[in-house]
Design a protein around this ligand. Structure first.
Ligand code: MLT
Length: 413
């Protein structure tokens, strides 16, 4: 069963004055009512509120455990996301998350265990029609061609493997999700998500509309669609720039951070001019010319010819509109150095290839120094792409970081 993988539709409910206590906060008893209403609304948006009655069963709550994280006030709109995390023979566990719709602030989570009962109150098997709604067979493939997920009018290609807390891998420029092919199955107990950003790899490539904000918002919409609440963000180079924007816009959805061969500063005036030159080259020679120019700077001296050919063809086959869009997005990205100290408390690993010439180790050192508590790992014999060039060493560093996190953050059920 695909429990925990596919969500039911999110539900938005407003906080009413009569839901609140004398202090003006959403009252805890009203909270439970809203969570319940969200469950029924999700049914109404899906197979119908009478799904259980039609099947002759009733979902009785056996246990409910709620975590209140932040107050909510009259007039605020809360977004409730429901995910079934376990589907047994007669019972199931549902995790619901309520966030303020405006800014994603986490308001509360509720975990409930339900038992299906018949009219006499005896536990009965979860009927197939109910199971199909609660935890449908996963539409996402564990191998083979990428899944396609529609967000904000474009379809993104996505590799989605495993179950557990999620790692979201964000590739660099002008690369694609296959950059992470040695990572997808390397972390048992984790769910690994590797999308192609819009315009790159096998995702749709509109002509216009590229920015770090658009990339980050696409990724959040993708997480909503595949039922993932929060993630360890792992971004390489431009993927790191996207990660910084993701943190600015969607901080509550990040439980850990891995920054790989990236930098926090914005483009210098010279760097911006370089983007314009690359755009002109792209017009003249298309992505294959960009690939030829990038290749010598991407890989360390020990990279094999086979890897060089693979990376060249990854870049050469990128859609021109998306390459152009990514250049514009990088040229216009904000400086993120001021963000770094505010990430204190967020488990962070900074990784860099010892031979990286594009974002050399001194950039990584500066990031690691500016984020209190961040760990730095330098990967020997790797250039700008350690996840491909030295996959074992990279995975070892990531694994020990994830193992360390397991003791410090809660893992959803
Ligand atoms: C990348 O690898 O994503 C790019 O080289 C980053 C950049 O050009 O700034």
């Amino acid at each position: 069963m695909g429990a925990g993988r596919v969500t039911q539709p999110p539900v938005i409910l407003s906080v009413y004055p009569d839901d609140c206590d004398a202090f003006g906060h959403l009252n805890q008893a009203a909270f439970l009512t809203l969570f319940e209403r969200a469950r029924w609304e999700a049914l109404a948006l899906g197979p119908g509120m009478d799904l259980f009655e039609r099947a002759g069963v009733w979902p009785a709550v056996r246990r409910a455990s709620i975590d209140y994280q932040a107050p909510a006030f009259p007039g605020q709109r809360l977004r409730f996301q429901q995910v079934v995390t376990r589907l047994g023979r007669t019972s199931f566990t549902m995790r619901q998350v309520a966030r303020r719709d405006l800014d994603e602030t986490l308001i509360a989570t509720l975990e409930s265990v339900f038992v299906c009962i018949d009219r006499s109150g005896s536990a009965v098997a979860v009927p197939p029609s109910v199971a199909a709604f609660l935890a449908p067979a996963p539409p996402l493939m564990d191998a083979g061609p990428p899944h396609r997920v529609a967000v904000h009018g474009v379809e993104l290609a996505l590799d989605d493997r495993g179950t557990g807390p999620a790692i979201l891998f964000i590739h660099g420029y002008p690369l694609d999700r296959t950059l992470w092919r040695h990572q997808l199955d390397a972390f048992p107990g984790w769910r690994t998500l590797a999308p192609d950003l819009r315009g790159l790899g096998r995702s749709d490539a509109p002509d216009l509309g590229y920015s770090m904000a658009t990339y980050a918002d696409d990724l959040v919409a993708l997480l909503d669609l595949v039922g993932v609440d929060d993630v360890v963000l792992c971004g390489l180079s431009m993927g790191g720039y996207v990660a910084f924007e993701f943190l600015r816009r969607h901080r509550p959805r990040v439980r850990g951070l891995v920054l790989v061969d990236t930098r926090a500063s914005a483009d210098s005036a010279e760097g911006r001019k370089g983007r314009e030159t690359a755009m002109a080259d792209l017009r003249d020679g298309g992505p294959p010319l960009i690939a030829e120019q990038m290749l010598p700077r991407l890989l360390g001296p020990k990279a094999s010819d086979t890897l060089r050919d693979e990376v060249r063809s990854m870049m050469a086959s990128a859609p021109a509109a998306g390459v152009h869009g990514a250049l514009a997005a990088m040229r216009d990205r904000p400086d993120s150095t001021g963000l770094l100290p505010s990430l204190s408390g967020l488990p962070t690993l900074v990784v860099v290839g010892a031979e990286d010439r594009l974002t050399p180790p001194r950039d990584a050192e500066a990031i690691a120094k500016a984020i209190p508590g961040a760990r730095l790992a330098v990967i020997p014999d790797a250039g700008h792409l350690p996840p491909l060039e030295q996959a074992e060493a990279f995975n070892g560093q990531l694994r020990s970081f994830l193992d360390g996190m397991a003791g410090t953050v809660s893992v959803p059920g």
